[in-house]
Design a protein around this ligand. Sequence first.
Ligand code: PRP
Ligand code: ZN
Ligand code: MG
Length: 222
Amino acid sequence: MLADRTRLHIALQKSGRLSDLSRDLLRDAGFRIQRSKNSLTARVENFPAELMFVRDDDIPTFVSDGVCEFGIVGQNVLEEFALGADEQRYEVLAELGFGGCSLKIAAPETLAYDGPKSLTGERIATSYPRIVRRYLAEQGIDAKIVKMNGAVELAPRLQIANFVCDLVSTGATLEANGLRPVETVLDSQAVLIRTTKMLDDTRSKLSAGLLTRVDGVLTTKE
Ligand code: PRP
Ligand code: ZN
Ligand code: MG
């Protein structure tokens, strides 16, 4: 299927905040998505493209490797990937105007906090270790980063770390876990990315066609 060079492959988040909105964008752009339940791929009925539903953290890798020519991903995930990659093999084509959120440091409501210096010597649990490391370096703060792949908000209760750094959209997750945001590290939204690997004629024409359709939607929304 991936050896198929006659169609485009678009990587989308399988499940999570961006998945429905990503599909909505493609639908608004005129792509009719054929979806079989539980399937990890779906064909576009009226355009030679196939959607690949994957974990958001994997999207930059797939696009960089050219396994998928396009991807829709949060700037937060992309930035974390970029900080660990020695080479950028994708380009950001457009900010999509949805999936807005911020990466924030948060702490238990009961914990005293008086600016970034309060983080000195503390442990911070996060799925974004590179972004947090950069933030701490910029602030000149020495703290320990604890990498967690999910359920980061549990870290204080499990006494893994006093602080967490995670995405905040509505704030409901923090609140449900008795946490309050104390610093904003990065603002984020969904972006469309494309591989910088050379495409053959067929796929570079398709790529231009896809862009025209997506641009149409973004222009209407402005
Ligand atoms: C983020 C984050 C929180 C939640 C916050 O997860 O990890 O769990 O969203 O949203 P809220 O402020 O509206 O409650 P995301 O959907 O990005 O999924 P993932 O971390 O599993 O990739
Ligand atoms: Zn394929
Ligand atoms: Mg995530």
